[in-house]
Design a protein around this ligand. Sequence first.
Ligand SMILES: [Mg+2]
Length: 348
Amino acid sequence: MNRSIIHVDMDAFYASVEQRDNPSLKGKPVIIGGASDRGVVCAASYEARRYGVYSAMAGARAKKLCPKGIYLPVNMNKYKNTSKEIHKIFRRYSNTIEPISIDEAFLDITGKNPLKIAKEIKKDIKEEQGLTASIGISYNKFLAKLASDMEKPNGLTIIKKEEVIEVLKPLSVRKLWGVGPKMESELNKLGIYYIGDIQNYDPNVLISLFGKRGQEIYDFSHGIDNRPVEYNVLNQSIGEEETFKEDIDNIKYLIEYVENYSINLSNKLMAKGYLGKTITVKIKYNDFSVETRSISLNIPTDREKTIFKTSRYILCEKFNIDKPVRLIGLTISNLIYPEDPLQLSMKI
Ligand SMILES: [Mg+2]
């Protein structure tokens, strides 16, 4: 049976929540996070995006582009509570829900009328939470997510089986799930720029060059994606590392690096609404040997202080640094998106 999958993506979520709760902010460039120059923008209202401000941008850069923007602190508890209410709405329509971040989820609604359900979910969210969502409807996750992005904000887009090849053909390869700048430039080297170029490419060449990924992007380019909608631990990690201009042999400086990384990792986790459980420090010595040490926390975290304290402990107690260091990295893995956002109040 053909599946019916919808992807719901809240529009400029954090910024919209702030505009909802303080009507004087409506129509204004609202930027969440990034108030300090070291901070990172977590969300920007559509008005702020017109100035070129986007999430994950450094606060200092945002302030150059939009000096008159209204910069607000990240009020995570508020967004998490709103997210929880939105998930309650989802559960009215499906038991098969896969949250992929604090403001995005897939719902499998196979056997039901997808257009009717999508309209009802949008209406419920608007009436009960005063917010807009963009929804994509299709027969798999890749296409549903692609569709939700096509008419943002407040969009409702369907990609049907009979039109999929034509819809995908003119899009950049970057629109394929998991194709980042690196993969894009690899594909460009083969003369592949658009999804249509992959549709006509020999899949065996793609597989010989990229292995499993080659098969996957060939399938995606034909609108094939059999991954189920399911709640699972995210097979992802978030990390930072840097090779120093000159080797470092003073642990004080290494601690400063992990402190900076901790701030960035915490910001990235919060921007996506994730929590992480395993913290790993990697060290490369001047002889190019590499060592890694990890600690898994009992309670997953997104807190800068917890990440820093744990990574400092790993660095000072679990390594025996006896050579100059040329690179240090910090990664947080075993990421989860908490199904029950209230779980987040249990922080360590
Ligand atoms: Mg969103």
